[in-house]
Design a protein around this ligand. Structure first.
Ligand SMILES: Nc1ncnc2c1ncn2[C@@H]1O[C@H](COP(=O)(O)OP(=O)(O)OP(=O)(O)O)[C@@H](O)[C@H]1O
Length: 458
């Protein structure tokens, strides 16, 4: 006997029969209802692992049924059947709490994928709560608590989520967590920086290509949609997509299919789309720089990661966390922040958010001598530009330009490495003298050398 039960709600007998047949072949016991009243009655009698409902029912609207099930049977995922091309209805249903939709005429493979995801979702419910307790998103502020609750809720849905927030605030971390807690967690999470792919390669990167389809296509290539099959595709810096690509991406998301460059046939895709940017996407839409239809499609649910400066409790909490982690990594006594240093951090704007806090503390730990970090060790920039301070310690030594799209962390590490090497060369590798030149303690220099892989002692 099957262990899963599904309720199909549709007034068209042909559709009920088609769904019944498909689900029975998947070893799922099906029940059907032709209207909302009968659906209510069936739900009262049994516990279902999945409901699939049409949108237009003789005695009401499918959206109301979605809301009813969400409210009264929150553990039962509901998917909706929508007419082909009625994307608005599909989006409304996702906003109402449906976990996914399938368009009519029903694509059976898509239906099977949807059912499998729903069943995994059910099996994983308890796991979500357990997994959530070891969330990598740390913080003590009410904003972070709210974000955590939102993530747990959204992990159960298949709706596209658009994550806004400043650079370094944790958007990618949030996206990874939505994926990790959801039913797709065993399939890949594929992040893509939309601003980093050269325009001419974009189509091939996203959709793949066939060997010989253009100069340089020496072999078949799997695109990102295929690489993320069954999982999540995270479109980071989505605002940087060129217009031409926006059209193609919209089509791929709507049709749930892609055609690799040079291929004859389309390939079905099964991915959840999450996207993010630090830019104001609605403003870009207003200015005509981002397609409204794509914005509408990826922005079904919106989340905002607040800037760190608005989360004072997190500044304290994360500082402690990062300092503990540094002390452990570098095998040193736990450094502490003086009260003035703590105040300085709380008054600082953090244009680079959590990423910047981590870098500031790392630098401070190398500069402090006696495990107490003072405001001087924090070297907080007054002009909001953390690079300028580092540059000044290099004197007239050439500083490479920061290339947009590169990692700020790697860039800073590079500059730091140069400064240390320069000091070591000038002092003929006398570490005590080099440390003095660099204005840091001998011990701090040793930590840095070890961390940068320049330590020749052991
Ligand atoms: N709440 C948090 N708890 C722990 N670490 C965090 C938190 N928020 C951010 N971080 C860390 O800060 C760094 C930046 O986070 P992330 O890459 O997610 O930011 P982002 O908003 O996607 O940045 P960008 O816009 O530059 O892509 C990462 O190392 C991440 O692990």
């Amino acid at each position: 006997m099957s262990s899963y039960k599904a309720l199909i709600i549709d007034d068209e007998p042909d559709i009920r029969e088609l769904l019944d047949l498909t689900l029975s072949r998947m070893d799922i016991e099906t029940y059907s209802a032709a209207d909302i009243d009968s659906a209510h009655a069936a739900l009262e009698q049994q516990k279902f692992d999945l409901c699939i409902t049409d949108m237009n029912l003789p005695d009401g609207n499918g959206i109301d049924l979605v809301k009813f099930i969400q409210l009264n049977y929150p553990n039962t995922p509901v998917a909706v059947l929508t007419a082909y091309g009625s994307m608005d209805t599909a989006i409304t249903s996702l906003k109402a709490g449906a976990f996914d939709f399938v368009t009519k005429p029903v694509d059976l493979q898509r239906l099977r994928d949807l059912v499998n995801t729903a069943l995994k979702l059910n099996a994983g419910k308890r796991e979500i709560v357990a997994k959530h307790s070891d969330s990598p998103i740390l913080g003590a502020s009410p904003q972070i608590m709210k974000l955590q609750t939102q993530i747990v809720k959204l992990a159960r849905s298949q709706a596209p989520v658009y994550i806004s927030g400043e650079s370094g605030s944790g958007k990618e971390l949030v996206a990874r967590e939505i994926h990790r807690l959801g039913p797709r967690s065993e399939c890949p999470f594929v992040p893509v920086n939309c601003g980093a792919i050269p325009g001419e390669l974009m189509e091939s990167e996203f959709f793949g290509h066939k060997k010989g389809s253009f100069t340089g296509a020496y072999e078949d290539k799997t695109g990102l949609f295929q690489a993320a099959k069954g999982g999540t595709l995270f479109l980071d810096e989505v605002a940087d997509l060129p217009m031409q690509m926006q059209v193609k991406l919209l089509r791929a998301i709507q049709e749930k299919a892609v055609r690799p460059v040079g291929a004859q046939k389309e390939i079905d895709t099964d991915v959840r789309i999450l996207s993010a940017t630090h830019k104001d996407l609605s403003k870009l839409v207003e200015q005509g720089d981002f397609r409204q239809d794509l914005f509408y499609r990826i922005n079904v649910i919106q989340m905002c990661v607040p800037p760190l400066r608005d989360r004072i409790d997190d500044i304290r909490f994360l500082s402690e966390y990062f300092l503990k982690a540094l002390a452990k990594d570098w095998e040193m006594e736990l450094p502490r922040l003086s009260s003035n240093a703590e105040k300085a951090l709380q008054n600082y704007q953090f244009p680079g958010n959590v990423r910047e806090l981590e870098n500031i503390l790392e630098r401070a730990v190398t500069l402090c001598d006696d495990e107490v970090i003072t405001p001087e060790h924090l070297q907080l920039p007054t002009d909001g530009n953390p690079v300028s301070k580092v540059g000044s310690t290099l004197g007239d030594h050439a500083i490479p330009d920061f290339v947009e799209g590169d990692s700020l962390e790697e860039y800073l590490t590079d500059i730091e490495k140069q400064a240390i090497l320069k000091a070591l060369e000038e002092t003929r590798w006398n570490r005590t003298a080099a440390a003095k030149k660099l204005g840091m303690s001998f011990r701090s220099l040793r930590y840095r050398l070890k961390k940068l892989g320049l330590d020749t002692d052991d």
